[in-house]
Design a protein around this ligand. Structure first.
Ligand code: RB5
Length: 156
């Protein structure tokens, strides 16, 4: 299910702990290896810390892709996309969960635990895991995404 055979990593803050647990159960049920990067309870945590942990682990090659969840998904998206090489997509429906793979090769799926219901969330995870990147003109745009970034050596 995962394009490079590596497990996926999942992280959340307190606002999406329940959704994270349900997604973990879903992934276990369909045989997708997943590692939990926390949070491990509904005690308050700061989403930038979890996003950074997940982003660094993906960039280090420990995981192929990641899922991040917070109340709205907005904070996780802001935090994860600070890391060059991370393409985190805040998705709200099947269309965005599918297109972020086809066009953007999103390596992190983000959802809002206070927004997305369980049934839709699982369908989005399934679509995101199973949909391949289309490449072609989209690959050239992704290269620009990194090259145009102020973090890129050429852009400094
Ligand atoms: C936590 O209350 C909430 O701010 C957080 O989960 C997230 O929605 C931030 O973007």
């Amino acid at each position: 299910m995962n394009d490079n055979g590596l497990p996926i990593v999942i992280g959340c803050d307190h606002a999406a702990f329940a959704l994270k647990e349900r997604i973990k159960s879903y992934l276990a049920g369909v045989g997708v290896p997943v590692e939990d990067a926390g949070a491990f309870s509904e005690a308050s945590v700061d989403y930038p810390d979890v996003a950074a942990r997940v982003a660094k682990d993906i960039l280090a090659g420990r995981f192929g892709r990641g899922i991040l969840l917070c109340g709205t998904g907005i904070g996780m998206a802001m935090a994860a996309n600070r890391f060059p090489g991370i393409r985190a997509a805040l998705c709200h429906d099947l269309f965005t969960a599918t297109l972020c793979r086809q066009h953007n090769d999103a390596n992190v799926l983000i959802m809002g635990g206070r927004i997305i219901g369980d049934g839709l969330a699982m369908a989005m995870v399934k679509a995101w895991l199973e949909t391949p990147f289309e490449g072609g003109r989209h690959a050239a745009r992704l290269e620009k995404l990194e090259r145009n970034s102020p973090c890129h050596s050429q852009g400094r």
